[in-house]
Design a protein around this ligand. Structure first.
Ligand code: FE
Length: 332
């Protein structure tokens, strides 16, 4: 080996990040790695991922302009809005992204972009809940469900967004009444995640629960949880005079973005047919791009009408929703 080759190899080894895109991800490695592998295969651009489960905003703020991060990937409009509100992102006005992603699933100011969508639905016991017995979110407060409902904490982002949507549809008084009625129908105090509620249906503690759609995909592919999944069916409730509540996973470009151009290529790739298909198959989420097919499993859950509320409005209504949830002491 010549001395020059050796020097070149040493240089490449010392600074691999310079030619790569750096992602701070709140999403689990197994969900995003297949996407990054496909991107690297197509473009030759590497992707370094730091998985950050807590303190993403604090870390970006502490690193400031020197942050190595180019992109942030996370779930729920709450967390996307939180990153944007902290001032650590930049606007990306890109025709490819604007074409691929429907307007209701991206920030009007171009800071956050939805990449997949998911519905917050009802898991209903196959044995104890009849077809058509639950059709609306409003109905969950009906006393006929007394002692039959399970849910995770209502201060959880997913439930805060659902409550924010309720608030936008019906106003403050009606939302408080709904939360009070729903709480009165719970079989047990809110605890555990969405899948834990389905387990509770399986074990007979309750008959229906609230959960995100993709957890059905995760449960049927898990040896232990498959039985839980088999005990329920998915019902897509709607708001009266509305549709089924939707949320997103998404991405934002950081303010520092040392590899801006390659990071933009990665964002465009994530919104491409190739990546949207990978998302559909591995994450059991709904592709955000029109024309990309849902996975066979997701398709088997049936069709539904998505609610028309804009995620920007839902995000803005979150603090008021959380206040109501705390006022009725929902989790207490
Ligand atoms: Fe989740």
């Amino acid at each position: 080996m010549t001395r020059m080759t050796t020097a070149l190899i040493a240089l490449c080894a010392a600074s691999p990040a310079l030619a790569d895109v750096n992602v701070y991800s709140h999403r689990q490695p197994e969900l995003v790695q297949p996407l990054f592998d496909a991107f690297t295969k197509e473009t030759g651009i590497g992707v370094n991922v730091a998985y950050i489960s807590k303190g993403m905003v604090e870390r970006l703020q502490a690193e400031g302009a020197r942050s190595p991060a180019d992109l942030v990937m996370t779930v729920d409009i709450a967390r996307l809005a939180q990153v944007v509100d902290a001032g650590v992102t930049q606007a990306v006005d890109d025709p490819t992204l604007n074409d691929a992603i429907p307007a209701e699933f991206r920030d009007p100011a171009n800071h956050w972009f939805g990449l997949t969508s998911r519905a917050r639905i009802v898991y209903a016991s196959k044995d104890r809940v009849a077809d058509g017995e639950v059709t609306t979110y409003e109905d969950l407060a009906d006393p006929k469900w007394k002692g039959r409902i399970c849910t995770r904490s209502f201060t959880n982002d997913y439930n805060v967004a659902l409550t924010a949507a309720y608030l936008l549809h019906h106003g403050e008084d009606a939302t408080k009444t709904w939360l009070t009625g729903l709480k009165a129908n719970l079989a047990q105090k809110p605890e555990g995640n969405d899948r834990a509620q389905v387990k509770s249906i399986w074990s007979g503690v309750c008959d229906i629960s609230l959960g995100n759609t993709y957890y059905m995909g995760q449960m049927v592919n898990d040896d232990t949880q498959k039985e839980w999944a088999d005990s329920v069916r998915i019902v897509f409730p709607t708001f009266e005079e509305g549709g089924t509540h939707m949320n997103i996973s998404g991405a934002a470009m950081t303010a520092s973005a040392p590899n801006h151009d390659d990071a933009l290529k990665l964002m465009e790739f994530l919104a491409s047919d190739t990546a949207q298909e990978i998302y559909a198959e591995t994450n059991h989420e709904f592709p955000i791009k029109e024309g990309v097919a849902r996975s066979e499993l997701v398709e088997s859950w049936g069709t539904f009408t998505p609610d028309v509320l804009n995620l920007t409005d839902i995000s803005a209504a979150r603090p008021a929703a959380l206040k109501l949830i705390e006022e009725v002491n929902f989790d207490g």
